[in-house]
Design a protein around this ligand. Structure first.
Ligand SMILES: [Zn+2]
Length: 84
């Protein structure tokens, strides 16, 4: 089933909309320390998903955590911050 699109005139982009911004203008960042791990490794990426991918790889190789449990993942996502 296809979604019915609103008429074009009904969805003018607002001036100064943040959605037009390139996502290269800011990044997301997470460090192990942010989630209570005594480790200074920092992850930077454009999206939460990419951060989680990096964090999962790092956790597997450095913290003996082959899969990130859901409660840790939630903690990670909550700790991810935007940086300029
Ligand atoms: Zn670490």
């Amino acid at each position: 089933m296809r979604l019915r699109l609103k008429p074009w005139s009904g969805c003018k982009p607002r001036e100064g909309s943040r959605f037009i911004r390139s996502n290269q203008n800011f990044m997301k960042e997470l460090t192990c320390r942010d989630i209570g791990v005594d480790c200074d490794v920092k992850f930077r990426a454009d999206t939460d998903e990419e951060i989680m991918t990096q964090a999962a790889e790092h956790a597997a190789s450095e913290h003996n955590l082959p899969t990130i449990p859901p409660h840790i993942e939630q903690k990670c996502r909550a700790a991810i911050k935007d940086v300029a």
